[in-house]
Design a protein around this ligand. Structure first.
Ligand code: GPK
Length: 834
């Protein structure tokens, strides 16, 4: 059955963009979609009506993109990620549609406050931090560059927890982000797939009498796709983010009917649906829980089966899988794709092993995001076999062939074989997911220049020596649409007034701002914009925390996940140093500062939670000590998320990027701060290295050991006590914490932090302390010359062009995916405007 190819008339109320069209559309959606007369409408009803008005204006692009890609059988990027931290959709979609200003006018004319509706939207917190946000920035750039793309991931029912602070401690609250409905997604139950788990394998003879393997699973769940459009900036491209929800198969209901075990059947349903219930809230750390492996296999199998369905729909022979799809693995979370694609091609599509293996390697590519050993994923063999018996067999087969190749290339090197094996057999046996990802991919990349070098020298050294041609660097980037145009409209206007709007899709054009650094009027405008934005943030801090902060102080900000390697506690050591100076000499002339912290700690990470408590404790003492006279303030901003981040980056004077050198793979917050005109105080870690290179050393506050020096220091036997004994200022800071000064006399509360630093200090805070404090003194001095500071601020923004995610994505397209833009036309076959 097929609809005759008649044109759908696209009504003005659905697609029109005049102010009048938008007003009518909003009222219509309030009435017919929300089902509310204005008299009964709530703020959420208004938000929903507005969201639907925007969604209607996306549909034609989305359908036309789908038609275009299907008709052209377009080569498609599939970005597989366990996390997508998209942030609020409404404002971003309006920016990408080019409808932000007209919609604001329309809504305001109706007597409703548009900005309040923007603020009303919650966010789908389907990620932990940098890795998930990177995936979201990449979807934005892929669409802006008109690259056919599917984002594939998990539709967690509960995203990252909401953080409350009670008595200075983090408290986690479940994130019921779907409570009020989600206007941005469409369920596509017609494309549900079935995902097998457990059971055993057996061999059988096919009709030609050839032995083949077969998986006889013990249970299965259904994967239901939910699609969200991802728009490109002012182009007709609308790609798809396809997130999978786990549901129980209907057969459970029949079983209950037949056996009378109604409770048992309902319980089985609950167990299946648990798979996509909640995001694991750990960043840079693994837990080794079976549910997590279930999540990974679930979304990978759903996605690969979806690709096979698309191949068949377009009648493309399976041998050409790697020509149709380029699949990127965002860290090792989806690395089971190596074995699952082999299973689907060999067991289900009946390709030969060698052909399937060539397709698999040509299809997949792997991005590594961390060097931290605690983040390297591995699964206990027994746990793995119980869940995925066929995949374990396939991994053994891949490994046997791989080990044979390594043995020939590196003769008589058993230690190397043991290190490169897909199976860790040094003690309890594990499947090593990074090794699996490396062997099954044609390309492997790190996320900043330094990180990619260290990968080759450390965790992936053997794989680099085995196949150096696979390795490259792809320095991370961030989207200027969300992190400049949407979140910093005032700066956007100023820049556009001077250099036009080309920079929004070609960020290198910001360099043209350099010509204005000696233009006093421009500098004055730049500075007063920063002050106005700081005032907005100060107002919200006053409202939410009752703390009065001065916009003439340095807004010194560290926002990111709380982690020892990120060293929020080094920041605190400096704050306490300043405080000690004031206590020793209350009339000392110090540059006023507002220290802002934000970020979540993994719920099971005791030290990180204690670091939050220490920030709170220090802020309580400092903010109310009359000797301080308001010259320094400390605030912990709770529940840091994408939505709040958009208010934070534009307001910063100083960006804290102070991780131990060699630990932060890249960082992306560092880029968002700098392109909004903040100066950076940082170590030579991750992308800081490249940020400094771009900004110029004279516009960057550098301190601390290099990665190489950190390695040497540790090899020599690092002794934090030696630094403590030699530095009276450091001593006083540590002693103050240990004495109970910040904890109402309780000497035990912060003892774990003190002991950790005094005894091992694994992240070398003490080694970097003096250098950090001296660097902060240079910051304070520099801020006193406002003209100079402003010039440095402008130069930072002007030189951040390379950190647009458009540049990163262009490199992935050229070097790894071999994919070209596909232009989507405004009208296509089925639709016409009236
Ligand atoms: C890296 F390994 C991981 C992880 O599990 N989660 C995560 O957010 C981050 N990351 C790195 O820590 C950052 O340095 C990097 O910028 C980001 O991934 C994106 O590459």
């Amino acid at each position: 059955m097929q609809l005759r190819n008649e044109l759908v008339r696209v009504e003005a109320d659905r697609t029109g963009t005049t102010i009048d069209n938008l007003k009518r559309a909003f009222l219509e959606n309030l009435y017919y979609v929300q089902g509310k007369p204005p008299a009964l409408a709530t703020l959420n009803d208004y938000y929903m009506a507005l969201a639907h008005t925007v969604r209607d204006r996306i549909m034609q692009r989305w359908n036309n993109s789908a038609i275009t890609y299907t008709e052209n059988q377009s080569r498609t990027v599939c970005y597989l990620s366990a996390e997508f931290l998209m942030g609020p959709h409404l404002g971003n979609n309006l920016i990408n549609l080019g409808l932000y200003e007209p919609m604001k006018q329309a809504i305001d004319e109706l007597g409703i406050n548009f900005d309040e509706l923007i603020e009303e939207e919650g966010e789908p917190g389907l990620g932990n931090g940098g890795l998930g946000r990177l995936a979201a920035c990449y979807l934005d750039s892929l669409a802006a560059l008109e690259i056919p793309t599917m984002g594939y991931g998990i539709r967690y029912e509960f995203g990252i927890f909401k953080q409350d602070i009670r008595d200075g401690w983090q408290v986690e609250i479940t994130d019921k982000w779907l409570r009020n409905g989600n206007p941005w997604e469409l369920a596509r139950p017609e494309w549900t797939v079935s995902i097998p788990f457990g059971g055993h394998t057996e061999s059988y003879r096919n009709s030609q009498g050839v032995y083949r393997a077969r998986w006889v699973p013990a249970w299965e769940v259904k994967g239901v796709p939910y699609d969200t459009p991802t728009l490109g900036y002012k182009v007709n491209t609308a790609n798809t983010l396809r997130l999978w929800k786990a549901e129980a198969p209907e057969s459970f209901d029949f079983q209950a009917f037949n056996t009378g075990d109604y409770y048992g059947a309902v319980n089985a349903k609950v167990v299946s649906e648990n798979i996509t219930k909640v995001l694991y809230p750990n960043d840079d750390e693994i837990q080794g829980k079976v549910l997590r492996l279930q999540q990974q296999f679930f979304f990978v199998s759903c996605s690969l089966q979806d690709m096979i369905r698309i191949m068949k729909g377009q009648k493309i022979p399976m041998e050409r899988f790697h020509e149709k799809f380029a699949v990127q693995l965002n860290d090792t979370h989806p690395a089971i794709a190596v074995a699952e694609l082999m299973r689907l091609l060999v067991d289900q599509e009946f390709l030969g092993w060698d052909e399937a293996w060539a397709i698999t390697q040509n299809t997949l590519a792997y991005t590594n995001h961390t060097l931290l050993p605690e983040a390297l994923e591995r699964w206990q063999i027994d746990l793995f076999r119980d869940l995925l018996p066929r995949h374990l067999e396939i991994i053994y087969e891949i490994n046997q062939r791989f080990m044979d190749d390594v043995r020939v290339k590196f003769i008589d090197d058993d230690a190397r074989l043991a290190r490169m094996s897909l199976i860790d057999e040094s003690g309890e046996r594990y499947v090593r997911m990074a090794n699996l990802a490396c062997v099954g991919s044609h390309a492997i990349n790190g996320v900043a220049a330094l990180h990619s070098e260290l990968l080759k020298q450390t965790v992936l050294k053997d794989f680099y020596e085995y196949s150096p041609e696979k390795f490259s660097n792809k320095t991370n980037g961030v989207t200027p649409r969300r992190f400049m145009v949407l979140s910093n409209p005032r700066l956007t206007q100023l820049i556009t007034d001077r250099i036009g709007s080309g920079w929004i899709t070609d960020l290198e054009q910001l360099r043209q701002l350099e010509q204005f650094i000696d233009d006093p009027a421009f500098c004055q405008q730049w500075r007063s914009i920063k002050q106005a934005i700081k005032q907005d943030l100060a107002d919200s801090i006053q409202k939410d925390y009752g703390v009065d902060v001065s916009i003439d102080s340095i807004f010194d900000i560290q926002v990111k996940r709380i982690h020892e390697y990120k060293r929020q506690h080094l920041n605190l050591l400096h704050i306490i140093t300043l405080y000690n100076r004031i206590k020793a000499n209350p009339n000392i002339d110090i540059t006023p500062r507002t220290f802002l912290f934000g970020g979540k700690a993994a719920p099971g990470y005791f030290m990180a939670k204690l670091m939050i408590k220490l920030v709170s404790a220090v802020s309580e003492v400092i903010n109310r000590d009359p000797d301080v006279r308001g010259r320094i303030k400390v605030v912990f901003l709770k529940n840091y998320n994408v939505k709040f981040a958009q208010h934070v980056y534009p307001a910063a004077d100083l960006s804290e990027q102070i991780s131990t050198a060699g630990k932060e793979a890249s960082g992306t917050g560092n880029m968002k701060f700098a392109m909004n005109g903040a100066l950076t105080i940082g170590t030579l870690d991750g992308a800081n290295v490249e940020i400094m290179e771009q900004a110029g050393e004279e516009n960057f506050f550098l301190f601390g050991l290099t990665a190489e020096e950190v390695r040497e220091r540790k090899a020599r036997g690092y002794d934090p006590k030696a630094y403590y004994n030699a530095n009276p200022n450091l001593q006083l800071v540590i002693d103050r914490i240990a004495s109970g000064f910040f904890s109402h006399g309780d000497k035990t509360l912060f003892q774990p932090i003190v002991d950790n630093l005094m005894q091992s200090d694994p992240y070398l805070l003490f080694a970097d302390y003096q250098s950090y404090v001296e660097c902060q003194d240079r910051v304070a001095e520099a801020y006193r010359d406002q003209d100079k500071w402003t010039r440095m601020s402008i130069l930072n923004a002007a030189r951040m062009g390379m950190f647009s995610s458009d540049r990163s994505i262009q490199e992935y397209c050229d070097d790894i995916w071999n994919v070209k833009p596909v232009t989507v036309k405004e009208t296509e076959g089925f639709c016409s405007a009236t």
